[in-house]
Design a protein around this ligand. Structure first.
Ligand SMILES: C[S@@+](CC[C@H](N)C(=O)[O-])C[C@H]1O[C@@H](n2cnc3c(N)ncnc32)[C@H](O)[C@@H]1O
Length: 276
């Protein structure tokens, strides 16, 4: 679903000078369940279907093999129960519940009631749902991903718990939103999978309000020989692992003032503030 009241910030093309307009379909309580939206600038029509607004249409958006695995039918359904709920425990080597992870992310992004948040590479919507619970009915969260399977699952999971979340199929390298739209941006694990993380972070900063916050969870370069071997294998599929200094530098160059990194084994949580 996609909230009708958020269409005004959606600009799929850099040349779009105005937000999208609802062109009709099925809607309930301000949420577009299915239908069409139109750009008044380009005349382009986009569809809301299968639970999300598709801004990529026939474009794949995938930069590497790792991205493509998320396109496998059923990938969305299995992602949270089979991998995500165990992932930080396995990666940090200590008990690490998703509740604990969500507390860290909410704290770093400085979530407040009524804020507008973006979840970049939302997969099945874990962070989007967590934020939706905290922002109340005056706030909003948009989750974007390139994978149809993940977005469908994200919408279904959000609906089941009545979370106020909108989903769009969009590329993190070209965020389809007007500048200074969001109070905060969260990103869980996706930075490691992007073709050009520096560009995605510049885009993140562009869509953030001055003083807006970023909270990122990701994976650092392993220090053990076994970890390095595993990461070398994953790198061949397009996943990259950051050195702490490299991460700080890429955030800084994007115009984001970083807090000290929080690390748990190879897992990092980075908080940062947009310099404006
Ligand atoms: C590690 S998963 C994200 C997990 C999710 N954030 C969570 O916390 O459960 C990476 C996700 O990023 C998406 N992705 C990869 N490249 C992307 C891009 N260029 N733009 C948007 N999403 C992308 C993938 O489809 C995948 O769902």
């Amino acid at each position: 679903m996609f909230r009708q009241g958020l269409l005004h910030i959606v600009r799929p093309r850099p040349s779009d000078t105005r937000g999208l307009l609802y062109a009709g379909g099925i809607d309930a309580e301000g949420m577009i369940v299915g239908g069409k939206v139109r750009s008044p600038t380009s005349g382009e029509v986009y569809e809301v279907k299968n639970g999300y607004l598709d801004l990529l249409e026939t474009r794949l958006g995938a930069a590497n093999v790792a991205n493509l695995t998320n396109f496998i039918p059923g990938a969305g359904r299995g992602y949270e129960p089979l991998w995500r709920v165990h992932s930080l425990g396995l990666l940090t080597g200590e008990p690490f519940s998703t509740e604990r992870e969500l507390r860290i992310i909410s704290e770093l992004v400085g979530v407040y009631r009524g804020g507008l948040y973006l979840d970049v590479g939302c997969s099945a919507g874990l962070y989007a749902r967590g934020l939706a619970r905290a922002i109340g009915d005056k706030g909003d969260v948009i989750g974007i991903d390139i994978s149809p399977s993940m977005l469908k699952e994200a919408d279904s999971r959000a609906r089941k718990i009545g979370a106020r979340a909108s989903f769009a199929r969009a590329d993190a390298h070209n965020l389809p939103f007007a500048e200074a739209s969001f109070s905060g941006v969260v990103c869980g694990g996706t930075l490691n999978e992007l073709g050009d993380p520096a560009r995605a972070l510049r885009e993140t900063r562009r869509v953030l309000r001055v003083g807006g916050r970023v909270a990122i969870m990701g994976i650092l370069r392993a220090e053990t020989p076994h970890g390095r071997r595993l990461q070398r294998f994953l790198s061949s599929g397009g996943v990259r692992f950051f050195e702490p200094d490299e991460l700080r530098s890429v955030l800084d160059h994007a115009g984001l003032e970083t807090d000290p990194l929080r690390t748990y084994g190879t897992v990092f949580f980075a908080g940062a503030t947009s310099r404006g």
